[in-house]
Write a protein that binds this ligand. Structure first.
Ligand SMILES: Nc1ncnc2c1ncn2[C@@H]1O[C@H](COP(=O)(O)OP(=O)(O)OP(=O)(O)O)[C@@H](O)[C@H]1O
Ligand SMILES: [Mg+2]
Length: 256
């Protein structure tokens, strides 16, 4: 069975896109057939993959509303495939709103192509709207990137409420894999404390090693690559390797 991993947190700027892209590449380099889905109208994942969101003829939006097959909007990047997004996706919530079964649109769009991939990674937008519910409904697994700073836990409670509702109404099998600790500052006790607090408070596991804060991460997307290529021997690259390994070790979706 294909693992469909939603990377979700409605808080902005916590490294959802960075995590989606880097994990996608790390998984591909472990021999997995990977599809990245940009599910944010900002198109940041698309841009990070070296694709200009402005010039797309078709995007994930067209597949979501049933205008195209998902296979028709995919871009083959060699190492992996991308379902790109641009500002068109901003209209999708409105279009889906009036439809019966609106929460299942992405799951349906994916159905025909799932067999082509081992891992689908969905980069969610910073919101808990219809698009994120679609992602969580299509997913087998979800990870929550978390910037370990004061008040990080506040959004997590809300996100877990949404996940609980998704489990109840649309996707009972959804597994919360845990937290990806991002922009982690190992020099301060504070980061560790916030991470411990969130883990204990919500019973969440830490997936792989914490990802240290580093300027290398901001540089990479401008070159259309991830930190795995921009700074392969950096602690940040190693951290994402451990996260990819952790996902593969304990969580082969086909064995559940
Ligand atoms: N470990 C890190 N250390 C330092 N900067 C990082 C790290 N990870 C990501 N960043 C940077 O933080 C910024 C936000 O990251 P990113 O776009 O991945 O977050 P996001 O959660 O997808 O944001 P949004 O909510 O807007 O979609 C980017 O400039 C990115 O390069
Ligand atoms: Mg993003």
């Amino acid at each position: 069975m294909t693992r469909v991993l939603a990377v979700a947190n409605q808080k902005g700027g916590v490294a959802k896109t960075t995590t989606s892209h880097t994990l996608g590449v790390a998984l591909a380099r472990r021999g997995r057939r990977v599809l990245l889905i940009d599910f944010d109208a900002q198109g940041c994942l698309t841009f990070s993959c070296g694709v200009d969101p402005e010039v797309l003829a078709v995007s994930v939006h067209d597949a979501l509303i049933g205008r195209n097959k998902l296979g028709e909007v995919l871009i083959d990047l060699g190492e992996l495939h991308l379902a790109p997004a641009n500002i068109d996706l901003a209209g999708a919530e409105q279009l889906l709103l009036g439809r019966t079964g609106r929460d299942f649109a992405l799951r349906e769009a994916l159905a025909d192509d799932l067999g082509r991939f081992d891992d689908v990674v969905i980069d969610c937008a910073p919101s808990l709207g219809i698009l994120t519910v679609n992602a969580l409904t299509a997913a087998t697994d979800v990870v929550v990137p978390l910037q370990c700073e004061a008040l990080s836990h506040r959004g997590v409670a809300q996100l877990l409420d949404t996940i609980a509702e998704v489990r109840k109404y649309t996707n009972p099998a959804l597994v919360v894999r845990g937290v990806v600790a991002t922009m982690y500052d190992a020099r301060t006790k504070h980061s560790r404390e916030v991470l411990d607090d969130v883990q204990h408070r919500f019973g969440l596991d830490l997936v792989g090693a914490p990802v240290p804060k580093s300027v290398r991460f901001a540089e990479a997307p401008l070159r259309g690559v991830t930190i795995l290529d921009h700074a392969p021997n950096s602690p940040g690259a190693h951290a994402y390797d451990t996260i990819a390994d952790a996902l593969l070790e304990s969580g082969d979706a086909s064995k559940r």
